[in-house]
Design a binder for this molecule. Structure first.
Ligand code: NAP
Length: 475
């Protein structure tokens, strides 16, 4: 084990968080050393100005391990690397290290820092009500930072501080769908409606607009319509209003309750349906819900298609979703240019219910695999293995896939932007288990994974990305 001296540049790691650039430092007088009988170093972290006692086996020489650990892409991480590199360069030139002041000033607003910094935000957040400016609060709170042991009292608290919840309206990027232009879609001249502008709905509707469709949108929270209106959409006053104005209306909302509210609720879809109107349900829901709303729409002379999607936020933005359509074939044909705009491949699966069932099986596998990946990475940490090396191995193995690459990196970087909210993943597992129940298919693995997601939701991570399941596993 390396024997570091005060002033050495290092990578240091807190449990459940990525390696972060830091410097071995003299401990502040008022920061008590943990009573553990293992060797520990007091580390000051770059980019945050924070500090923590860290076990010696989680501290490594900066230069020696740079290639291995400097792989984070998050803004705060890159800034920390820039600062330590600057300090290393100054030392090489015999100049004094100014990084302490620099990190104090430049860490504002960064959301992907190591644990100790987040603890500082928590301390300072208690002062928010007093209206104290954040920077001032943070500096004054520094002396009362908890030690490493204190900040590990509750993993939930730590996490609330570490991964800000990325709400759908702040993550969508109006310009991120430009790739659709290259698809050369010939838009239908039918008027298109879109209901439900969440993480998926915004980019999906945006791709319809960018490919030249005439689009009218509605969302329960009207604010989310803004960027689509700026891009050329019209706004409906209610689901019924959108359906009345349009020939084909698409919907992409959270779950079965939302789907029913939208269709049979006040000023809902049903009230706008007349003979020949088309309604396409793209939300992930169960077969029964699909059949129920299909019947209600058909009874009014409307046409119905289910078309849940596989692929997350990025695929929605780049028009690369896989669309699983089933139901009314004439509606599928009429809306085909819309599917081309939103997806890279659309399957027509035949009878109603085949889309929902296929989608639930896809997501059951995604959810169980994600939970397994989280367990593997956590087990590696407990075994004293290097998680980055494990991820490299996985990425070169037979199970290498985008999920391992993106979610694995998200876990190691401790950065969980909400692409697929964990609550939706748990909902899909629950629905898949219900499907198994009806069809008398045992689903042992999915059942165990579902319990893990339920637990993660219960401890407050429902709105975070599904990869946050690691937090329950690694608690
Ligand atoms: P989201 O970001 O949570 O957005 C949910 C949307 O549903 C919002 O527009 C919300 O309106 C609306 N909504 C919820 N309850 C409602 C109600 N009672 N009445 C009317 N509107 C309601 O979800 P998302 O990630 O876009 O996912 C949407 C659907 O696609 C889900 O079924 C999900 O399982 C599926 N899906 C998601 C992904 C993914 O990676 N995110 C991938 C494939 C499939 P407000 O804005 O007013 O709350």
């Amino acid at each position: 084990m390396a024997n570091f001296q005060v002033g050495d540049f290092v990578w240091a790691k807190m449990t459940g968080y990525p390696y972060w650039p830091g410097k071995v430092a003299e401990p502040d007088k008022d920061v008590k050393k943990p009573s553990k009988k293992v060797e520990m170093f007091f580390i000051r972290f770059y980019g945050t100005g924070d500090y923590a006692w860290t076990k010696a086996d989680l501290v490594h020489d900066y230069a020696e391990q740079k290639q291995k650990y400097a792989i984070g892409k998050a803004k705060g991480f890159l800034e920390a690397v820039r600062q330590i590199d600057h300090a290393v360069e100054r030392r090489a030139k015999g100049l004094p290290d100014t990084s302490d002041e620099e990190s104090e000033e430049e860490s504002e607003g960064s959301d992907d820092q190591p644990l100790a910094k987040k603890a500082k935000h928590e301390k300072s957040s208690s002062a928010t009500a007093s209206g104290t400016p954040p920077k001032k609060r943070r500096k004054s709170a520094k002396k009362s930072l908890p030690t490493r042991e204190e900040v590990h009292v509750s993993s939930v608290d730590n996490l609330n501080l570490t991964e800000p919840c990325v709400s759908p309206d702040t993550t969508a990027d109006a310009d991120s769908t430009t790739s659709i232009v290259a698809k050369d879609v010939i838009p239908t001249d039918k008027k298109i409606g879109f209901l439900g502008l969440g993480i998926m709905g915004i980019p999906m509707a945006m791709n319809l607009i960018k490919s030249g469709h005439d689009v009218t949108v509605w969302n329960r929270n009207q604010n989310k319509c803004k960027q689509l209106l700026s891009a050329g959409a019209k706004e409906g006053t209610s689901p019924a209003d959108v359906v009345q104005q349009c020939d084909i209306t698409f919907s992409c909302v959270s779950d079965s309750t939302a789907v029913r509210d939208l269709v049979i609720g006040n000023s809902g879809v049903l009230q706008g349906i007349t003979s020949g109107k088309g309604y396409v349900e793209m939300s992930t829901v169960d077969n029964d819900t699909i059949k129920e709303i299909s019947e209600a729409i058909s009874m009014r002379g409307g046409r119905f298609l289910e078309a849940p999607v596989s692929g997350s936020k990025k695929a929605a933005e780049t028009g690369q979703l896989v669309i699983l359509a089933a139901g009314d074939r004439s509606l599928y044909m009429d809306g085909y240019s819309c599917f081309e705009a939103m997806g890279k491949k659309t399957f027509f699966l035949g009878e109603l219910g085949c889309g929902a069932n296929t989608k639930l099986i896809v997501n059951m596998l995604t959810g169980t695999f994600m939970a397994s990946l989280a367990e593997g990475l956590s087990l590696a940490e407990k075994a004293g293995l290097d998680q980055y090396t494990l991820l490299d191995v996985l990425n070169l193995s037979a199970i290498s896939c985008p999920l391992v690459q993106t979610k694995g990196s998200a876990i190691l970087e401790g950065h969980f932007p909400a692409n697929f909210p964990l609550k939706h993943q748990q909902k899909d597992l629950r629905l898949a288990l219900q499907m198994g129940e009806v069809l008398e298919q045992p689903l042992h693995v999915a059942g165990a994974a579902n319990e893990l997601y339920k637990r993660t939701k219960a401890i407050g991570f429902g709105d975070r990305d599904m990869s946050c399941v690691y937090r329950a596993v690694n608690a």
